[in-house]
Ligand binder design. Structure first.
Ligand code: MLC
Ligand code: AMP
Length: 506
């Protein structure tokens, strides 16, 4: 009996899809059979004679595509616990994840191996390379992996500063995919375009894993470029498309800049899709309306989180109210509570709590934070506020001013502040999200220098960029004599935010 990792059904199902096209990737076209073979090869090499990786973490830094997918499956089929590393991250961030996850091995694509070789050598962790890992060879017995075992760890920013690992089991992934399967009508005839980063639930679960679960085709672009997406849509082959609001905004800008014939071809291609979905951040109503004008698609907005997968969704058929995220998905229990965890009624704003099989198991090696994240009865505290109006949920924002969303990426203002404070010239700072038409939140930093120190925003930007993911680097810096404070001496973030200009043309 072969491995049943990644949720028993994913592998069992993949075997039955055989010669169907699983991936149209930058490296070529691959069937489900190819994926089964390459992942079995990878699993056998990772096992190196052992029966089961038994939950050992394996980090991998592989660009989106065929090799990425085969590695993800291979790790799980060996009984390992996969930790995808972000291709956009500098060494500092990669080191944080590796030190936290403590993997038994790291895997890299040759083009990215330089980024990991020193980190791995210093920590005496073996560095394995693709494509060698996937090459055909003798395939050994692969373990049967129980659904309750960890499958994937995704790092997410929280109010405590540094990113923490969200542990998702095979059962969690199955529940997440099954909820979307029903709600969005997935079938093996679907063909989805993927350009989202593959270290997040949006790209990994909603797009890649959902497609492969159904025997559908996932077409992977190496990166997002608006014109590339439009050209792919214009071929009228794509049936499903999912992206974040910043991406829809960029697509609209590209459409506006195109000539009339091109526009018509692009719009016709978009109309050939059966469903277009937006999520990971609030979809501005003007973006929804403009998209509908140019494609005749009313975007289906949904709400989710790394810890829960998708929670709320507008309907596939039926009314999608602009500014609303619909109702709980199948298998998801959702409620709104006040500060004392008491359920509030319709029309009253509250904090969203979620329960169900899709909800993550724990924050990796952080029992206290895990315990704090759940209320009595196993309800996960999302930290997002919402209100139910006429049966549909509307997201109102987050409880914490220190959690920002920029271009669909969640970031912690505190983590950026800690990094800035480690600069020798910086005495104090405050990082805020300023409403922005492109990014949602534009990350901005107000900085107070130590007496006698001189530095520029550009220097601070370079300093931050060497240490943090590019999307965490503040777009604007303001050097101040002191930060705005309340009478108690506490920095007032709304007053800091008011110092930066709001870029909003809608
Ligand atoms: C890139 N940059 C960003 C950024 N992405 N800055 C702020 N926010 C972001 N999200 C930086 C670049 O590094 C660059 O810096 C500068 O901004 C301009 O880059 P760009 O070329 O214009 O950006 P691009 O590479 O095209 O990326 C933009 C993007 C990308 C929107 C396509 O950010 C993206 O794919 N976002 C999706 C993230 C996602 O999948 N989130 C889901 C999380 S899961 P410089 O210094 O070089 O100029 C989740 C749960 C759920 O939220 O509900 O789904
Ligand atoms: P992440 O932690 O990266 O998974 O991001 C999850 C967060 O994204 C949620 O807690 C919300 O704050 C936000 N989010 C996701 N979808 C939506 C949406 N449709 N509207 C508003 N916020 C959203």
């Amino acid at each position: 009996m072969d491995s049943d990792a990644l949720g028993p059904s994913l592998i069992a199902r993949a075997s039955s899809f055989d010669g169907r096209t699983a991936l149209l990737a930058p490296e070529g076209t691959f069937s489900y059979e190819d994926l089964m073979r390459a992942s079995a090869n990878a699993a056998t090499r990772l096992l190196a004679g052992r029966d089961d990786l038994a939950g050992e973490r394996i980090c991998y830094l592989v660009p989106p595509g065929w090799e990425y997918t085969a590695v993800q499956w291979g790790v799980c089929r060996a009984g390992g616990f996969g930790v995808p590393l972000a291709t956009s991250h500098p060494e500092h961030e990669l080191a944080w994840v590796i030190d936290d996850a403590q993997p038994e091995a790291v895997i890299a694509h040759p083009s990215l191996a330089d980024r990991l070789s020193v980190l791995a050598a210093e920590r005496k962790i073996p560095l394995l390379l693709t494509p060698g890992l996937l090459r055909d060879g003798p395939v050994g017995q692969l373990p049967a992996v129980a659904e309750s075992r960890p499958a994937l760890m995704l790092y997410t920013s929280g109010t405590t500063g540094k990113p923490k690992g969200v542990v998702l089991t095979h059962a969690n992934l199955r529940a997440q995919v099954e909820a979307l399967s029903q709600a969005w009508g997935w079938s093996e005839d679907d063909h989805i375009l993927l350009h989202l980063p593959l270290h997040h639930v949006h790209g990994i679960v909603n797009v890649l894993t959902s497609a492969l679960w159904h025997g559908a085709t996932c077409e992977i672009l190496p990166r997002f470029r608006a014109v590339d997406v439009w050209e792919r849509l214009a071929r009228c082959e794509i049936s499903l498309y999912m992206a974040v609001p910043t991406v829809y905004r960029r697509l609209i800008d590209a459409w506006d800049a195109a000539d009339p014939d091109t526009r018509e071809a692009w719009s016709e291609g978009a109309r050939a899709c059966r469903l277009m979905v937006s999520g990971s951040a609030a979809l501005p109503v003007p973006t929804l309306e403009r998209w509908e004008e140019i494609t005749q698609h009313r975007l289906l907005e949904r709400y989710g989180m790394t810890e829960i997968g998708m929670g709320l969704s507008n309907p596939l058929d039926g009314e999608r109210r602009p500014g609303f995220v619909g109702t709980p998905l199948p298998g998801v229990e959702a409620r709104l509570v006040d500060e004392d965890d008491r359920v509030v009624g319709d029309g009253t704003p509250g904090t969203i709590q979620i329960r169900g099989a899709a909800v993550f198991q724990e924050y990796w090696r952080r029992p206290n934070e895990t315990a704090e994240a759940f209320s009595v009865g196993g309800w996960f505290r999302t930290g997002d506020q919402a209100v139910v109006e006429d049966g549909a949920w509307r997201i109102l924002g987050r409880n914490s001013v220190d959690i920002l969303k920029t271009g669909g990426e969640k970031i912690s203002a505190l983590e950026i502040e800690d990094t800035l404070r480690s600069h020798s010239a910086v005495a104090d700072c405050a990082v805020v999200g300023v409403p922005d038409v492109d990014w949602g939140d534009r990350v901005c930093a107000a900085v107070v220098l130590r007496p006698g120190e001189v530095t520029s925003g550009e220097d601070l930007r370079t300093f931050t960029k060497q240490r943090l993911a590019p999307y965490k680097v503040p777009k604007d810096f303001l050097l101040l004599e002191d930060l705005p404070r309340n009478p108690m001496g506490k920095v007032t973030k709304p007053a800091v935010r008011a110092l930066f200009s709001v870029e909003n043309d809608e």
